[in-house]
Write a protein of this length. Structure first.
Length: 275
């Protein structure tokens, strides 16, 4: 299912043996366009310490409880290599991090990377090769999703809006679309733009340059279509869970009626319990 990153910030994180904090940020690769890490704010558990979590650690994402369940115990997360996220993530740290968890490094040629049961084959880029040769260097393609929120989108010489989120697949964690809020020129509509048309991200200018014309942008799918799909998925999930609860209620009713002890309220066999 596609998720908008801006709607995932603040969601709870739960390890195998208890809660650990909430989602603060995502680090993504702006060349391959995939989420590399989730930044977890551990709050009072580890006194506000921030930790990185790879999609390798992700389990199920409960949309109703707004909780991502992790496939790690709290102790494993607590003892992971510490990091100063006020500085770029170095390749030296990433090597240490992946060795600690025993996960394959995503920059290794042909490494399999992904989460939630869906895998991607990601080749090593030239920047990743360069970074691997010098462990003190950092991968310049690793970006903070929070940092780039609000960046202006430039198409040719025109500013067509600003970035408000990313649509990501919550199984493979690949970024499918950039969500762009437009101005008056397009009635303030939100557009979905493929990352494949992004030319570059300029942190100095706080801009994202895209290889599109205004006409091509006007033909982009509005975000309301995504919201409709998400709403339909939610409706189907609610219906399925309601059906399950109804079956459980009927089973409980039949069990109670089979007992020799009288049931308060004279519940009849043909009555249905509604929640």
């Amino acid at each position: 299912m596609l998720q908008n990153t801006k709607e995932l910030y603040g969601h709870k994180l739960s390890a195998i043996d208890g809660k650990i904090g909430h989602v603060k940020d995502f680090y993504f690769d702006d060349k391959i366009w995939v989420i590399r890490y989730l930044v977890a704010d551990t709050g009072s558990w580890l006194t506000g310490r921030l930790v990185l979590l790879s999609p390798h650690a992700f389990g199920n994402w409960d949309q109703f409880d707004k909780t991502l369940y992790l496939k790690l115990p709290r102790k494993k997360i607590e003892d992971c290599p510490s990091i100063n996220l006020h500085k770029p993530v170095s390749r030296q740290y990433e090597n240490e991090y992946h060795r600690y968890y025993g996960w394959p490094a995503y920059w290794n040629p042909g490494a399999i990377f992904g989460g939630g049961g869906s895998l991607l084959i990601l080749p090593e880029s030239k920047d990743e090769m360069d970074a691997d040769l010098n462990h003190s260097r950092f991968d310049k393609n690793l970006q903070s999703s929070q940092e780039v929120m609000g960046y202006q989108i430039q198409a040719g010489n025109e500013m067509i809006g600003h970035l408000s989120g990313f649509l990501v697949d919550d199984r493979s964690w690949a970024i499918h679309k950039l969500v762009v809020e437009t101005g008056h020129w397009y009635s303030g509509k939100e557009l979905l733009i493929s990352p494949q048309v992004v030319d570059r991200i300029s942190c100095n200018d706080s801009k994202i340059f895209v290889n599109l014309t205004i006409t091509e942008i006007q033909n982009a799918a509005p975000e309301k279509s995504f919201r409709k799909d998400a709403a339909n998925h939610l409706k189907d999930t609610v219906t399925a869970q309601t059906f399950t609860l109804s079956r459980m209620a009927r089973k409980l009713t039949n069990t109670l009626l089979a007992l020799p002890i009288p049931i308060s309220g004279n519940l009849a066999h043909d009555e249905t319990i509604l929640f």
